[in-house]
Design a binder for this molecule. Structure first.
Ligand SMILES: *[C@@H]1O[C@H](CO)[C@@H](O)[C@H](O)[C@H]1NC(C)=O
Ligand SMILES: *[C@@H]1O[C@H](CO)[C@@H](O)[C@H](O)[C@H]1NC(C)=O
Ligand SMILES: *[C@@H]1O[C@H](CO)[C@@H](O)[C@H](O)[C@H]1NC(C)=O
Length: 902
């Protein structure tokens, strides 16, 4: 808490207000003109009145209502696929209904969607707890339109019980923009708020040479909750189910929902929550943090039937007994309790007993039962992944706080509305509003769905990145991860018929790669070459330190990194007895993203040649400045099948290359120079104030400026212009040759993360390209079936989020009139010395259509296609651009070799 005001200033987003430049999308929004032609009021008395208005002369009165859905309605409002909208308006209750405490207002948009038989309803604003005494109140909320084309959209205002009259006025409905820089801001927040500094003082016993001692520091458990609702019955079995093993690997928190009252196996005099408590014991034994869900649930159908059957005067004491029982049952075991669930959307106990204080008193009692115990949460929906109840939740929390009710956290359900792409900007804005309460925030029930699994993975990644990047949140709990235990289809991370037969989907891979690879800390220090104390900036959480002497692990220490710096003293043991290390299961050893996979262009040849022939074209060298580019194209009757590049001085300062259409509509292979490590060359440009937009790559400067002459490592002045990159294309023809140029990316942002551009089933990837704005590219290789290209991200050199990125992959996906056969030939890895090379050639009868360099451990200088005079064979030769440690893997060259099937 407390720190909220500090970070709030960092979140730079425009205000959500109807400003002069924006259009109110409603007609006659303040009811100043005749209602007919703009508003409809079907089945009730709908009229303009002058007695009471928020603005102007008129408001609209709704009376004679006999259904709660009756209220003003406007047809044919603009509501476009994937856009973001805000509603604001005012309403005033004119009478109450006997026997009810509260009324509610609801603003909805209904529409037709392609492939959906029924009209779809999206709630844009909701207010519960409405009373006549409040007079005019503001009703506001926001929404994202679905990623399908809506038609016939209409907006209506409704909600109060039949017989209740109300006035409405001053409606606004307008579009708001996404913040294109959300990703950089999220990454910057992650760097600032999710990490802290570690100083390790390592004392080595006398007689042990420092160079014999290696210290390995690694994060074991994030402080931030990356959790899941678990299937209680699948835990603690022998042997462990695959479900539990994946859970243990991917998640540090769990929600146990079998604490719900209805889940008790007993009734009034014999409660039995053993399903929940047994699962809790297993989770705690595995080092997980548990949140318990939920003591009460303010909705009748979710209340045990025997409670519903009690006499009214028995209900209050029974609630009290239940709260005592549950708080005692979980004492010392759970970190958070949802005391009342979905109170905004249900008031079963309050309305039944006509007592507005029941939920408030539940919090008071729960706190009194265990004052230093779990953090007490409210838990509700449509507050952050959509915005109908954000304002209501804020108001409810403020009312509790003002009355001293001990609510300590706001649980945010986050079941994303169907077909809605997450909008990090809107989610942050809603989180900001809830954070103004000063309460802890927890995304307690997140799930998101889309049938295309690569798109689902991107949506999941964007959401999780936005959540981790919002400093007000304490964690995100997935509402299940296996399709066997999820509410909706197409939301799962793993798929399978039973807990031992599970397939990990790209959405699951993305979760694991993001939370365990992009966002993790693992550093190794040799004590002879490292400064003292050892300094690490790491993710907050629980750490392990392994000390190795002569590569033998002899000591294990642990510490926790919280908000402040952790200063850790380690006295290295003089024992040389090896300790046993526990290997963590890694279910996702390779992280491959297919983000934004798309065809960027296509090309064909008019050639009628029966044989496949190719030639190589090379560009002139690029300039010497960072982002200087060099391009080549093929002849009109040729098709570009590959695009690679190399550095003139065999340096690794390259950003790779791209296959794109140029302004003249021709395919072009463009290579980009990196940030030179050679002194005297001009500095990078176009960086400051030009962060890439929304995770898209920044458009590199396509200048051909020639920098001043550089100097090499030994200080020799280099000839002008030799310090740049050359683009190299293969230009091929054969009858009917057609290539689609596919892209994908960026990959995640860590060394080894990959982006894959995939071909369709009737195509081969004739050649590949890789581009990475920061840091230098690690190159690209064809995948195992030669029907896609894998570009790998390099080690990130900067902690500045505007200078970090993943890799982009390009594939030339080709087919021809005749059946083709293709294979990829990989060289063995080069030596680790700077300038070392690796050569691949095609088998006899095959033509080289592509040549690429791939450097598993980085520093490639590119690949050249040559025809050595001696052999007269086309070779693909890859170079290493800087020396690597002895245990690293050098560069490999990959030749793609195709022929017309004999
Ligand atoms: C509280 O729980 C403990 C252990 O579960 C139990 O022994 C004790 O009887 C409980 N106390 C009350 C008042 O329910
Ligand atoms: C509702 O409107 C008020 C006043 O303009 C604003 O402070 C608040 O942030 C809005 N709430 C939401 C959820 O947009
Ligand atoms: C989960 O997916 C598997 C594999 O497609 C299927 O066999 C199973 O029936 C699904 N489970 C549920 C509950 O839908």
């Amino acid at each position: 808490m407390g720190g909220n005001s500090v970070w709030r200033m960092l979140v730079a987003v425009a205000t959500w207000q109807l400003t002069a430049g924006q259009t109110n999308l409603l007609i006659n929004p303040s009811f100043e003109d005749e209602l007919s032609g703009s508003w409809q009021g079907n089945g009730f008395t709908f009229e303009r009145v002058t007695t009471d208005a928020v603005d102007g002369t008129y408001s609209a009165k709704c009376s004679g209502r006999d259904r709660d859905v009756e209220g003003p309605l406007q047809q044919d409002i603009p509501f476009l696929k994937g856009r973001h909208y805000v509603f604001e308006g005012y309403a005033k209750l004119l009478n109450e209904k006997a026997g009810t405490i509260w009324q509610s207002y609801k603003v909805i948009v209904q529409m037709d969607l392609p492939d959906q038989a029924n009209k779809q309803t999206y709630i844009i604003a909701y207010r519960a707890f409405v009373t006549k005494a409040q007079g005019w109140i503001r009703v506001n909320g926001s929404i994202e339109a679905p990623m399908k084309d809506p038609s016939n959209a209409k907006l209506s205002f409704r909600g109060p019980d039949p017989g209740v009259d109300f006035l409405v006025d001053d409606f606004k409905f307008y579009e708001v923009e996404e913040n294109p820089f959300w990703r950089q801001e999220a990454d910057a927040n992650i760097e600032n708020f999710r990490k802290a500094n570690i100083a390790l003082n390592v004392a080595i016993p006398s007689g042990v040479p420092a160079q014999d001692v290696d210290v390995e520091v690694s994060l074991k458990k994030h402080l931030f909750g990356f959790g899941a609702k678990i299937e209680e019955f699948e835990l603690g079995l022998h042997p462990k189910t695959m479900y539990e093993r994946i859970y243990n690997s991917w998640f540090n928190w769990a929600t146990v929902q079998a604490y719900k009252w209805k889940f008790s196996k007993g009734e009034r005099y014999d409660p039995d929550f053993s399903r929940a408590t047994d699962a809790t014991e297993v989770l705690l034994a595995n080092g997980k943090t548990v949140r318990a869900h939920s003591i009460l649930w303010d909705i009748k159908k979710n209340t045990p039937p025997w409670v519903i059957a009690l006499r009214d005067d028995e209900v209050r004491p029974e609630i009290s007994k239940h709260i005592s029982y549950m708080m005692n049952l979980t004492k010392g075991k759970v970190a958070q309790w949802d005391v009342q669930n979905e109170h905004i959307h249900g008031h079963y106990y309050e309305e039944r007993l006509q007592d507005p204080t029941i939920s408030k008193n539940a919090y008071r009692q729960a706190k009194a039962e265990d004052p230093n115990g779990p953090v007490l949460y409210l838990n509700d929906f449509t507050c952050v992944t959509s915005g109908a109840s954000t304002e209501d939740y804020y108001e409810l929390a403020m009312e509790y706080l003002n009355e001293g009710v001990p609510v300590e956290g706001l649980g945010i359900q986050g079941h994303t509305k169907e077909f809605v792409k997450p909008d990090p900007t809107a989610m942050w804005r809603r989180l900001d509003r809830l954070a103004e309460t000063g309460l802890d925030l927890m995304m307690t029930e997140f799930d998101i769905g889309w049938p295309d699994i690569a798109v689902r993975a991107d949506w999941l990644e964007d959401s999780i990145r936005a959540f981790f990047g919002h400093p007000g949140l304490k964690g995100v709990i997935m509402w299940g991860f296996w399709n066997g235990s999820m509410r909706d289809p197409d939301h799962e991370l793993v798929l399978g018929p039973n807990p031992n037969e599970l397939t990990i989907l790209e959405s699951g891979e993305r979760w694991a790669c993001l939370t365990k690879k992009e966002w993790t800390t693992k550093e190794t220090f040799n004590m002879a070459t490292s400064p003292s104390p050892l300094s690490v900036r790491g993710f907050k959480g629980d750490y392990e330190v392994i000390v190795k002497v002569q590569s033998v692990p002899v000591q294990r220490e642990t510490f926790t990194l919280g908000d402040g710096e952790a200063i850790v003293d380690i006295a290295v043991t003089d024992s040389n007895i090896p300790i046993e290390l526990t290997e963590e299961e890694d279910f996702v050893p390779e992280c491959i993203s297919h983000r934004e996979e798309a065809v960027v262009a296509s090309a064909t040849t008019s050639s009628l040649d029966e044989a496949l022939t190719c030639r190589t074209v090379k560009s002139a060298p690029s300039g010497t400045a960072e982002d200087d580019a060099a391009s080549v194209t093929c002849e009109a009757d040729e098709v570009m099948t590959s695009c690679n590049s190399y550095h003139m001085l065999k340096q690794s300062d390259r950003k790779g290359e791209e296959m794109n259409l140029n302004a003249g509509g021709q395919m072009e292979c463009t290579a980009y120079n990196g940030k030179s490590s050679i002194s005297g060359s001009s500095k990078g440009k176009g960086k400051e104030g030009n962060p890439s937009e929304n995770g898209k790559k920044k458009v590199p400067l396509r200048t051909n400026s020639r920098g001043p002459p550089g100097k090499d490592e030994r200080g020799r002045v280099l000839k002008e212009n030799v310090n740049g990159v050359r683009a190299v294309a293969r230009c091929c023809k054969v009858a009917g040759l057609k290539c689609d140029y596919k892209t994908a990316g960026p990959s995640l942002v860590f060394k080894g993360a990959m982006a894959e551009a995939r071909c369709s089933s009737d195509q081969f990837a004739f050649g590949c390209s890789a581009y990475q704005p920061f840091p230098d590219s690690n190159g690209v290789k064809p995948n195992d079936n030669v029907d896609g290209c894998l570009a790998q991200s390099g080690t990130q050199a900067s902690s500045n989020s505007a200078e970090r990125s993943g890799a982009y992959s390009y594939a030339a996906c080709c087919s021809a009139t005749s059946t083709l056969e293709c294979m990829a030939v990989a060289s063995s890895a080069s030596k680790q010395r700077s300038g070392a090379s690796a050569i691949a050639v095609c088998p006899d009868g095959f033509t080289m259509t592509g040549c690429n360099v791939f450097a598993a451990d980085g520093k490639p200088a590119g690949a050249k296609i040559d025809v050595p005079r001696k052999t007269q064979k086309v070779t693909c030769k890859a170079y290493l651009g800087a020396s690597l440690p002895r245990d690293a893997v050098g560069v490999k060259s990959y030749a793609t070799c195709c022929r017309v099937a004999p």
